[in-house]
Design a protein around this ligand. Sequence first.
Ligand code: ADP
Ligand code: MG
Length: 647
Amino acid sequence: MSDIIHVLPDHVANQIAAGEVIQRPASVIKELVENSIDAGADSIQVVIKDAGRTLIQVIDNGKGMSESDARIAFERHATSKIKSADDLFALHTMGFRGEALASIAAIAQVELRTRREEDEVGTLVEIAGSKIENQTTVSCPVGTNFAIKNIFFNVPARRKFLKSNTAEFAKIESEFNRIALVYPQIEFELIHNGQICMSLKKGTYKERINSVFKNIKGFGSQLFSINVDSSLAKIYGFAGKPETAKKKNDRQYFFVNGRFMKHSYFHSAVIQAYGTMLQPGTSPDYFIYFEIDPESIDVNIHPTKTEIKFENEQSIWPLVMSGVREGLGKFNIAPSIDFDREGADDIPVFSPRGNHSIHAPQVEIDPTYNPFEQENDHSASHSGSTPSYQPRKKSSIGWENLYEGFESSSWRPSESEDFTNGDNDFFVGQGDVEIEPSFVTEEEPEAIQGTMEMKSHTEEAHQEYLQLKNKYILTPVKSGLMCIDQHRAHTRILYDQYISRISQKQSATQQLLFPEIIELSEAESMLLEDAMEDLQYIGFDLAALGKNTYSINGTPANLEGGSPKEYITNIITTLKESRLDFKSQVTQQVALSMAKLAATPYGRTLDSKEMMYLVSNLFMSAEPNFTPDNKLIIKIFSTDDIEKGFK
Ligand code: ADP
Ligand code: MG
């Protein structure tokens, strides 16, 4: 028999790699604009036609490329940005894999015009489907001009995959904003089908935020500033007044060292800072910039990855929380600190090549600062009008406060609140405290031992709970009657716990006395392998026995109902049905299906301890209102509506 293995030709390999880096026109724009920034440009123009389908052009005034660099740039792993693996750890530039241009050239027709200052003439390179078709000298200004035509012209399957022009343009705009908002010292322009959509002059951060969102009247004046300078990180930026918070908010931006990131753990710190001031289910606008020693964050190997892992997340969380709270407090005390005011202090502009070593602590946070102490004392009269059976508040920062109006004077961090002290019960949340994933049952009250704070909460608060139809937990709150779906609430709690375990790589397993053997098909076994690591952190102890057979030696503690085998097969079935492309999606799906399976079912009678456990843990979530798959968990029937019912 002849040999059957052969090495893929470069253009095929490039096309495969392109699938990873370039999903749509917006990804091309991201890669090209990031390259322009790395090339030191201070003016970048993005011109597109038909939402990028027919043309994407990025023009910069950066340092340009030499004739030979202009050609080599398109080769895979061609980069001027790193020379050794060590460089990866001290990286200040945007891209560093040397894959973007090779990927773009593999799936589109590309024209590159570029000239360096020292060269008299520039170079034109034309390349399509990874093949150089032409290289000549041209006259062109200093800088680089990339024109990408007919994206996916040679990959019809991917071209078909593109969404409507409106949807693709929205993605482009959001990618553009993510970059523009963090480089206010660079001038940007976005032109679509001959129309200028965005024209951003150089300026300060606040001016940039204002001009990006200039369609929203008075946007800037709805923001307050945040400034934290600590030895761990510099954190600065702006966040929106609580009244402007909304459901499904897409104006939430974190940036780290000049790069957009998503960070649900820090998001929870922002939400926590607002406390009771947010209406249920809403979240505020924010633009928060972190400057941090690049060695203390996870190297971003995947170019499309926006989740970034910090080494000191748990120590930074309280800085974010108190920074936002302090800004909010100052703003409430002196709303006259006008965002738009001339000469108001601005935060310094981030410079990717500048020296941003982290300073020794200068202005530390005042741990005793409580922005709401003097304010709103008039609320005493307000509370007089509320029904006498409103929840009693024994604990100073119980969940029940989350659902009270901002006017309430009862919301007040305890005397001892210390933002630098991780023991404070305010910081019980994802990550910093190990929360037992099991459901607390009568037989095992010590199951919550792991969370001391939890316990004191539950002991102190004598909240009244009623169970309705073995399905809902009812409890009065200040604004009316709160109704919580028990299964969904528990799903949210478990999901958060699983995700936190996976991200912190901690597992806790209960060994089975009699391991169970599970036999899978080839395809199922591949799915299981993908999810293996996540399942292990969730608490499964699985061993491969070969031939797609596995032994389940341990499970997460206190799984109710169902055999371990059923759990695993169920998870595999969901993975099979959901066909996921990315690791992070697999993780979320694994955590979600596991949470759904393990959550207390409908029809189960809960005792008061169990209800208390569910409710207090639910309100430690950053997203108590919705399950990870967006189902409503909490509904409040307002006193008004109830009163109307009696008219
Ligand atoms: P990376 O950005 O990871 O180095 P790319 O494929 O995006 O890889 O780019 C390859 C190289 O091409 C860059 O390292 C840089 O030297 C050069 N380059 C790309 N775009 C520009 C530009 N706009 N101006 C100057 N040089 C550029
Ligand atoms: Mg790049």
